[in-house]
Design a binder for this molecule. Sequence first.
Ligand code: ATP
Ligand code: MN
Ligand code: MN
Length: 332
Amino acid sequence: MERKLVSVQCVDHLEPIAGADNILKARVMGWDVVVKKGEFTPGDPCVFFEIDSVLPSGAPWAEFLRPRGFRVKTARLRGVLSQGLALPVSILSGEVPPRGTDVREQLGVVKFEPVLPDTREIAGPFPGQVPKTDELRLQSALGVLDELRGLDFYVTTKLDGTSATFFRPLEGELVACSRNWALRRGPNPVWRMAERYALDTVLPPGFAVQGELCGPGIQKNRLGLSDLDLFVFSVHDTRTGVYLDQTALAAFCAERGLRTVPVEHVVTGDAARTFDHGLEHYLKLAQGFYTGTRNRKEGIVVRPLVERHSPTLGGRLSFKVINNDFLLKDED
Ligand code: ATP
Ligand code: MN
Ligand code: MN
């Protein structure tokens, strides 16, 4: 499911901020967001912009962001974490749409995209048989916690590299992709991984592996690797349309000499039944450093051990929790 970058939501709660006269701390979905005093009372609708919304330059309601640039980022105001942006629904023309309505297009907001591949590297569109890699932010989909409750699950480290997908069609040659595009065979890092791991022969026809490509020259190489490597987080069987469960994924990768993303916790049985599935607990689990480094990790990704459909997400049950320390200090 595409996350809704900009939607109509409800201001569930408001509280004062010590020492601040003009701003309040508000709660929208699972997000804490600082708002202007007087703009909302609890229960009011708002237009909520998630982190990485890029507001249009030229719209009067977006002008106040000009000095900082039009991208919505995590901020700390008077010691209070603010994630996203809540504006009054009066910025919309016409009647107030119901809660959950996606108003991104109508407001001319686009999503911040850190890297666009060089057009000369693009071979074609991302293959339609394979789901693109993405994870929803827990704070935007708190309902997933009820869906996970009681299930055996696992937590992996969210690596801060770049997404790569390798698909071996039933017939024809391997397709190697960046986040959104199939890439031309060449000296790019994605194809280097395909060659190093001989993915054109080790992948069974019909299968796709998806992983995070990390190493020198990619993002900030926070793992401190001396060479590129691929860390697999999903294996998809396009013939059946299902993802392999965690144990099958681990075996699949081990047999082929592929690495997986680091598994931080596997929670089963009694421990799973009594686990604290609160937002605060997950935010704590998301903190910390990449093993063996002094670099803050980006966060964690949480999934049930056995793949499961999520009614909340309209897709597989899987979500990310971003490390707030990373968002404040390390994100560029
Ligand atoms: P955003 O959508 O927030 O702008 P993004 O789509 O680039 O950012 P995120 O949504 O933050 O990335 O996170 C999803 C991505 O995280 C996946 O596409 C994948 O490339 C990457 N990733 C890194 N580590 C993992 C992991 N352990 N499990 C799953 N995905 C991971
Ligand atoms: Mn995403
Ligand atoms: Mn990323």
